[in-house]
Design a protein around this ligand. Structure first.
Ligand SMILES: OC[C@H]1O[C@H](O[C@H]2[C@H](O)[C@@H](O)[C@H](O)O[C@@H]2CO)[C@H](O)[C@@H](O)[C@@H]1O
Length: 345
């Protein structure tokens, strides 16, 4: 196991660190301190070259010239909060809004905009990058301060575990983090050879601003049916892309199988597990004129060039009783984990 820490670049007067973690048989991940971003998931290909399964950019500025939140840490609250409003401990709370009067992905001062402190740790079979930040009410506009630790661990089974721990202060707040990981497991700038399976029977009905209405709709007999592996490109065509929240089967707060993405030409496969009750699948539905991914050498990002798989608790959960618990009571600690297991078939 190996860990290497370097300066990635200077961005807006701060040194941005890049931490690289390697396991004992050639799988490597790297992360940036800016946004506690997952930068690379490198696996050896048939020519012993390293293939990055994640989308990324050359420079920090590229992460903020578009709204993709590419592979960044999202918090305090992933997804949308209707009107940026909710009731907490009996009080009406208004948090800053950043999209059509709603609050998306923690607002304009969420986790992804912060430069996190980082250190590393190793065991015989795993290596970790540990990011910490004191999250302040004064900064992001959510109630209360809390200490957040985001740990990326790569192990010798080619599993990447991301753990999100929040140690709260004296005020009740919200915590529903995720990693906005964009995958393309192939060498093509599209998902035509990808298949996905999702442990879900229902998805959320959304209004035109993509706010959940409160209703859950059956996946069966619709393009949302990924109960068995289905070709993603065909489903994308049938549904004109996805920007949707799938309800994951299983018990809340228990680690469970979420989804598997596989690519038939390379045999590469990623299996996701988490404790949350939701997978948001976002397939970059529009052309992304401000997006030039590193792997595309200057070409503009295509619709459906990659798929974001965001394991979390259902969006706008604070405004819907049956959507899951994202409340972090005062003086308590909560930890959520997402596991990405790589396999080659
Ligand atoms: O500007 C890029 C896109 O930003 C939004 O997409 C978000 C999507 O709606 C969320 O459900 C998902 O979790 O994150 C996406 C990236 O932030 C816009 O809705 C989309 O139209 C833009 O293309």
């Amino acid at each position: 196991m190996e860990d290497i820490e370097k300066t990635f670049e200077n961005y807006q007067g701060s040194d941005i660190k890049k931490v690289t973690l390697k396991n004992d048989h050639g799988v490597t991940i790297s992360c940036l301190s800016l946004g506690a971003t997952w930068y690379e998931f490198l696996v050896p290909d048939e020519n012993k070259q390293q293939k990055n399964l994640l989308m990324n950019f050359d420079h920090c500025v590229d992460y903020y010239s578009n709204g993709l939140c590419c592979c960044q840490s999202i918090g305090r609250v992933a997804g949308r909060i209707k009107n940026g409003q909710f009731t907490l401990d009996g009080a009406n709370v208004q948090v800053p809004t950043n999209e059509n009067g709603n609050t998306l992905h923690g607002g304009n001062n969420g986790f992804r905009f912060l430069n996190w402190q980082v250190q590393t740790a190793k065991t015989a079979n795993s290596v970790s990058a540990i990011f910490t930040h004191q999250i302040k009410e004064d900064h992001d506009g959510f109630p209360g301060d809390m200490l957040v630790t985001i740990t990326y661990t790569l192990d010798n089974e080619d599993k990447v575990t991301i753990s999100y721990k929040a140690e709260n202060g004296t005020q009740t707040t919200l915590f529903n983090p995720t990693c906005h990981a964009y995958f393309n497991l192939s060498d093509n700038p599209n998902l035509s050879t990808h298949e996905i399976k999702i442990n879900s029977e229902k998805h959320l009905q959304l209004d035109p601003e993509l706010i959940p209405t409160g209703k859950m709709l059956a996946n069966a007999n619709t393009p949302y049916n990924f109960h068995d592996f289905s070709n993603l490109a065909a489903a994308l065509e049938a549904n004109k892309g996805f920007d949707d929240a799938f309800v994951i089967n299983g018990t809340e707060n228990q680690m469970k199988y979420v989804a598997t993405l596989r690519e038939k030409e390379s045999g590469r496969q990623i299996t996701i597990s988490s404790e949350g009750n939701c997978l948001v699948m976002y397939t970059m539905t529009q052309e992304q004129s401000e997006v030039k991914f590193k792997r595309d050498n200057g070409s503009i990002g295509q619709p459906s060039e990659a798929v974001a798989l965001e394991a979390q608790i259902l969006p706008d959960a604070i405004n819907h009783r049956d959507f899951g618990d994202i409340v972090l009571p005062a003086n308590t600690t909560k930890e959520h984990q997402i596991v990405f297991a790589f396999e080659q078939h």
